[in-house]
Design a protein around this ligand. Structure first.
Ligand SMILES: [Ca+2]
Ligand SMILES: [Ca+2]
Ligand SMILES: [Zn+2]
Length: 442
C-alpha cells in the first residue's frame, strides 16, 4: 500500500496568529478545507493599560490598579487579565499541555504524545503550548470545550476581556462568568451548544457571533470535529495571550483504518505543526498586519512558502531521519524515502511551474503553484546550500527578532532573499538526478 499524503484526503492547516475569514486560500493544502473561526484582532495592550489606570481628578495622579489581582500592577503585568501569569514566557522551555476529547482512545493519546515528544527531542522544547485534540463525538467535544472555555475566561484570554467591554457594556468577566462561558461554548460548538444566553443585549460578549449573527455562525470546533479520512491540524496563535494554540481533529491514523492511511502521516503532521511552534516561538512580535490578499499575517514568520515549506520539509526530514536512526518504528507498509517524497514534489513543481514562471517565493500563495510544495524544495535547497539540514531554524530563527525576517535571512545565509530566489529558480532547471543529490539519502 502506498502512503501518499497528498492524494489521500489529509489536510494540513497552519494557521497564523490572528486568523481572518479570508485566509482560507493561504492555509489549505487541498480543497474542502474547514477553517476555524476568525478571531478579531486583540486590542492593543497600551490601550488597555491606559484604560485600567484610575485617574484621580483631585490630585491628578494616576493610581495603578491590579486588575487580575495577582499582586502585579497592570503596567508591570505582562498579562494584566491573567491571574496565573505576570511575565511573558513566549518561546521558553515550558512543558506542553495536551487535552483530549474523551472519545479519543487511550492508545491514540499515548501515540500522539510519543510523536510530540519525538518532535520536541528533535527540535527543542518551545512553549507555552496547548494542544487540543478533538474526536468526532459532539458530546465529548462539548465537554472538552467546557474545559477550554473555563480556562480561557479564568485567564482573561478572550478577546472581549480587554477591559473595554466591561466598562462600555457593563459586563464583568468574573461576575458574568457564566454568560461569557456560554458565549465561549457557542463560539466553539454552535449549533450544538446552548444558546439561551444569546439576546439583543448580551450578544456583544461574543464578537464573532455578534458580527456574523447566530444564524450564520458555525462553531470553530464544531467545524473541526471532522470524520476520517479528513484530518485538520493547525497552530493558530495565540501570541496575544502568550501561548501557542494547536487544534487537532481526530488522529485516527494511529489505529487501523479503512483508508489504509498509516501512522507515519500523523507523525509527519505533528512534526509539521511543531515546526510552526518553533518558528513562531522565535518571533515575539504581537502585531499582525494585513497583506495584499487581506490575510492577517505576522511578517516575521516569513512568507507562506517559507513558513509552510519549512514545516513540510523539516517534517518529512525529521520523520525519515528518526526512522533511519531507529528512533521511530515505522510500519511495515511504509516503504518511502525522503528522496522519493521530494521527487514526487519536484514532479509537481515541474508540472505546474509554467503557471508561475519566475515566481517570487515572497508571494507564492496560489493553489496551482502550491507554496507548501515549492517552499519545501526551497528549504531543502537552502539547507543544503548552508551544508546543514537544520540551518533554517538554527542559523536564522534566533536573528529574526532583531533583524526582521529578510534581514535575518541575509545575515544567516550571506545572500539576499532575492538572490536566493533567483538561484532557486535556476536550480529548478537542473536534471532531477542532480536535484535529488541535495536530499539526504534516508
Ligand atoms: Ca496583575
Ligand atoms: Ca497577570
Ligand atoms: Zn503548516
Amino acid at each position: 500500500m502506498k502512503f501518499s499524503l497528498s492524494i489521500l484526503t489529509v489536510y494540513i492547516l497552519s494557521l497564523i496568529l490572528v486568523y481572518s475569514c479570508s485566509t482560507e486560500e493561504e492555509e489549505s493544502v487541498a480543497p474542502v478545507v474547514q477553517t476555524p473561526q476568525p478571531e478579531p484582532e486583540p486590542e492593543e495592550e497600551t490601550q488597555s493599560e491606559t484604560d485600567n489606570q484610575t485617574q484621580d481628578d483631585a490630585s491628578n495622579e494616576t493610581l495603578e490598579v491590579d486588575t487580575d489581582g495577582d499582586g502585579v500592577v497592570d503596567s508591570e503585568d505582562a498579562w494584566p487579565f491573567n491571574p496565573f501569569l505576570d511575565e511573558d514566557i513566549w518561546g521558553q522551555d515550558v512543558e506542553p499541555e495536551l487535552f483530549f476529547a474523551s472519545d479519543v482512545s487511550e492508545y491514540i493519546q499515548e501515540q500522539f504524545r510519543n510523536d510530540l515528544n519525538l518532535a520536541i527531542e528533535e527540535f527543542g522544547n518551545f512553549g507555552p503550548l496547548e494542544i487540543w485534540v478533538l474526536g468526532t463525538d459532539k458530546n465529548a467535544m462539548l465537554e472538552l470545550a467546557e474545559i477550554y472555555c473555563e480556562r480561557r475566561i479564568s485567564r482573561g484570554q478572550i478577546w472581549e476581556a480587554d477591559g473595554l467591554l466591561s466598562q462600555n457594556e457593563g459586563y464583568d468577566l468574573t461576575e458574568d462568568f457564566s454568560l461569557f462561558n456560554s458565549a465561549c461554548l457557542s463560539e466553539l460548538m454552535h449549533p450544538y451548544a446552548d444558546v439561551s444566553w444569546y439576546n439583543e443585549e448580551s450578544r456583544v460578549v461574543s464578537q464573532y457571533i455578534d458580527q456574523a449573527g447566530l444564524d450564520n455562525y458555525t462553531g470553530g470546533w464544531y467545524e473541526w470535529g471532522v470524520e476520517p479520512p479528513i484530518i485538520l491540524a493547525g497552530v493558530q496563535g495565540h501570541r496575544g495571550f502568550g501561548f501557542h494554540y494547536w487544534l487537532n481533529s481526530l488522529p485516527y491514523m494511529y489505529e487501523e483504518n479503512e483508508y489504509f492511511i498509516g501512522k507515519e502521516d500523523i507523525a509527519f503532521i505533528i512534526f509539521h505543526e511543531y515546526f510552526h511552534v518553533i518558528n513562531y516561538s522565535n518571533v515575539f512580535e504581537t502585531e499582525s498586519v494585513e497583506d495584499e490578499t487581506g490575510n492577517s499575517v505576522v511578517p516575521d514568520y516569513g512568507p507562506t512558502s517559507m513558513r509552510e515549506g519549512s514545516a513540510d520539509y523539516m517534517g518529512w526530514y525529521a520523520l525519515y531521519k528518526l526512522i533511519d536512526e531507529g528512533e521511530y518504528n515505522k510500519s511495515e507498509e511504509f516503504q518511502s524515502t525522503l528522496r522519493e517524497e521530494m521527487k514526487n514534489r519536484m514532479n509537481t513543481i515541474q508540472e505546474n511551474i509554467i503557471n508561475c514562471p519566475n515566481f517570487n517565493l515572497t508571494n507564492l500563495d496560489g493553489e496551482i503553484c502550491d507554496p507548501y510544495i515549492f517552499g519545501s524544495w526551497a528549504i531543502a535547497y537552502l539547507n543544503n546550500r548552508a551544508e546543514n539540514q537544520n540551518a533554517y531554524q538554527e542559523l536564522m530563527f534566533p536573528l529574526i527578532n532583531d533583524l526582521g525576517y529578510y534581514g535575518a535571512f541575509e545575515e544567516a545565509f550571506g545572500i539576499t532573499f532575492e538572490t536566493f530566489n533567483q538561484e532557486f529558480l535556476e536550480f529548478l532547471e537542473l536534471p532531477i538526478e542532480q536535484q535529488l543529490e541535495i536530499i539526504p539519502d534516508i
